[in-house]
Design a protein around this ligand. Structure first.
Ligand SMILES: O=C(O)CCC(=O)C(=O)O
Ligand SMILES: [Fe+2]
Length: 360
């Protein structure tokens, strides 16, 4: 009999990696092994951060984001991403497009600050911080520092889970130690009952690790699971086929003290397809206004991402998947964002204006 919790995402405690206590070596090994298994099977898991963050800090971020979204539309529009590089700033409801369909959310995005900002270059503008609520910037910048440090901690644990040597870990660390991170605060009004659209359409995250803190709203974030047993153990009417794979959408409801963590497409390349970057979507039909705050811990802008020897060692010659094409992370990211810059808008004027942007 397969375990009954086959359709629940695993919960992994990061505490053993928060210090170098030699007595914790066994606990570290089991955390590393759990991360490896979760990345092979789901590409999604809960990261238990009770030893790392004060729950008040997370609740406060949600409160600040909610207060920002409650501002009058004209005030939020003052921070429009169109003032900058079309990536940094505020995006109105339905301005974001996934799979050609407008998403039912608004949001504000911040990226790693760059030296010599130039808003005519893709992604090279300046962040636009709200001044109301007053403490927004201070608390969000603290959170960014905390999440950047967490990114390196989880990467080290994953390197151990993958069986990397210290030298291999040093090389991988050098690809993520100046992360081109993104922080987004998202506000989701409920989808109208007669609306068959999405709060956020199905997608994979494109970088390295996403740490998502969301308010307690249930049944909003859904993860596509095609692992063995996922279909058999659920109501057969819920089985769906997505991109040729049979599976089910499972809810990734918030768990107190945890963030939801998922891996992006760069991990798929590093592991030559052994770890999966999993499709997820948001369908929020509740009655409340949902707030979520994902932090995207990404590789360095200049990183050249290619399959890692440690991952290739785990795929013997016979079972080795086709060699994944290496990518330069910055170029890859710009090509992804360009989809939005040039094609994303339904509005002819906006599309034309965006096409006028020089390529960086
Ligand atoms: O709001 C959520 O729960 C998920 C958001 C998400 O997947 C994203 O911004 O990439
Ligand atoms: Fe996502």
């Amino acid at each position: 009999m397969p375990p009954t919790n086959v359709n629940a995402l695993p919960i992994i405690d990061i505490a053993p990696f928060l210090n170098r206590d030699p007595n914790n070596a066994d606990l570290r090994a089991s955390t590393a092994a759990a991360l490896h298994q979760a990345c092979v099977e789901y590409g999604f898991f809960y990261l238990d951060l009770r030893a790392y963050v004060d729950p008040f800090v997370c609740e406060n971020l949600t409160k600040l984001a909610r207060q920002f979204f409650e501002l009058p539309a004209e005030e939020k529009d003052l921070l429009s991403l169109q003032n900058q590089d079309y990536a940094r700033g505020y995006q109105r409801l339905k301005e974001n497009v996934t799979n050609g369909k407008a998403d039912n959310h608004e949001g504000i995005d911040f990226y790693k600050p760059v030296v010599n900002p130039d808003k005519t270059r893709p992604l090279w503008g300046e962040n636009q911080w709200p001044t109301v609520p007053t403490d927004f910037r201070r608390y969000f910048e603290d959170w960014i520092e905390k999440m950047k440090a967490l990114g390196l901690i989880v990467m080290e644990a994953m390197a151990q889970g993958l069986g990397m040597t210290p030298e291999e870990w040093r090389d991988l660390r050098a690809q993520v130690d100046d992360s081109f991170w993104v922080l987004r605060a998202i506000g989701y009004p409920p989808l109208p009952n007669d609306d068959d659209g999405f709060s956020c359409g199905a997608h994979k995250d494109y970088g390295c690790l996403t740490f998502l803190h969301a308010d307690p709203t249930p049944s909003a974030l859904q993860v596509f699971s095609s692992r063995p047993g996922a279909v058999a153990l659920s109501d057969p009417s819920l089985a769906v086929e997505v991109n040729g794979e049979k599976g089910v959408w499972i809810n990734a409801d918030p768990v107190p003290g945890c963030v939801v963590c998922n891996i992006g497409e760069m991990w798929e390349i590093w592991t030559n397809g052994l770890y999966r970057s999993t499709l997820h979507q948001v369908v929020h039909r509740g009655s409340n206004y949902r707030v979520s705050i994902p932090f995207f811990f990404e590789p360095n802008f200049e990183a050249d991402v290619r399959p890692l020897d440690a991952a290739l060692r785990l795929q013997d010659e016979k079972n080795r998947k086709e060699f994944r094409k290496p990518v330069n992370y910055g170029e890859f990211l710009i090509s992804k964002v360009a989809e939005f810059l040039y094609l994303g808008s339904d509005d002819e004027e906006t599309r034309k204006a965006r096409q006028g942007l020089p390529n960086g």
